[in-house]
Design a protein around this ligand. Sequence first.
Ligand SMILES: Cc1cc2nc3c(=O)[nH]c(=O)nc-3n(C[C@H](O)[C@H](O)[C@H](O)COP(=O)(O)O)c2cc1C
Length: 218
Amino acid sequence: MSLEEVRNYINSVRRDFASKPLSKSDLNENPMEQFATWMEEAVNAQILDPYAMCLSTVNVDGHPSSRIVYWRDVSEDGFVLYTNYNSRKGVEIAANPNVALNFHWTELDRQIRIEGKIKKVPTEMSDTYWASRPRESRIGAWASAQSHIIPNSSQLQESITELQEKYKDEEIPRPKHWGGYVVIPERLEFWQGRPSRLHDRFVYIKNGDDWTLAQLSP
Ligand SMILES: Cc1cc2nc3c(=O)[nH]c(=O)nc-3n(C[C@H](O)[C@H](O)[C@H](O)COP(=O)(O)O)c2cc1C
C-alpha cells in the first residue's frame, strides 16, 4: 500500500466496541487486585503476550518516548521489567523517574493506563531473574549496547561469537548495566471500550495509603 492508500484505508474503517459494561461495583477496592482479575481474563482469552506493555519515559528536556517491554514480576505492589540501564530508557529514567505504562488488549476492548515513579529493583532480584534467562539472551545482553548506534549487524554477531567462546565453560555473570526496574503506581485507569465511543473509565488515585476510585467521562 502507498501512504495515500493507507490514509484512505484508515479513513474508511471504523470499529465499534461491543463489550459488556463495566461499573464501579464490579471493581475491587485495590487496583492491583483489579489488575490481577483483568490479567487473568486476558490470559483466559488467550491474548498473545498480554504482559507486553508500553513504557513511556521523559528525558531531561521534557521530551517523551515510548516502547514496548515485558511485565515480568510484581514487587512492592509495582510492575517489574528488565532492561539495559544504559539504554535510552535507562538514561531517561535516571533523569526523570516519572513514567507511564499502558496495557492494550484489543480482543477485550480494554486498556489499563498506569502512572507512577520507577526505580531499580534490588540487585538480588535482578540476579535471580538473570539466572532464569536462556543462555543466548544472557550473551545478547552482554553483546548489545542497547539503543547505541552500531555500524552494522556483523559487528554485533562478531561480538556474540567472541562472548560465546569466552563463556564457553563458564556461567555468564549479570552485567552491572542490566537489571530490573519497578514502576510503583500512583494512578491506574481501567478502560472498557463500549458502543458509540461511550466507554467506561474508572481511575484509582493514590491517597496516602489508600486509593480513591472515580469514574471518568469517556
Ligand atoms: C513484545 C516486545 C517485548 C519487549 N520486551 C522488552 C523487554 O522486556 N526489555 C527490553 O529492554 N526491551 C524489550 N523490547 C524492546 C523494546 O521495545 C525497545 O526496542 C528496547 O528496550 C530499546 O528501547 P530504548 O532504546 O527506548 O531504551 C520488547 C519489544 C517488544 C515488541
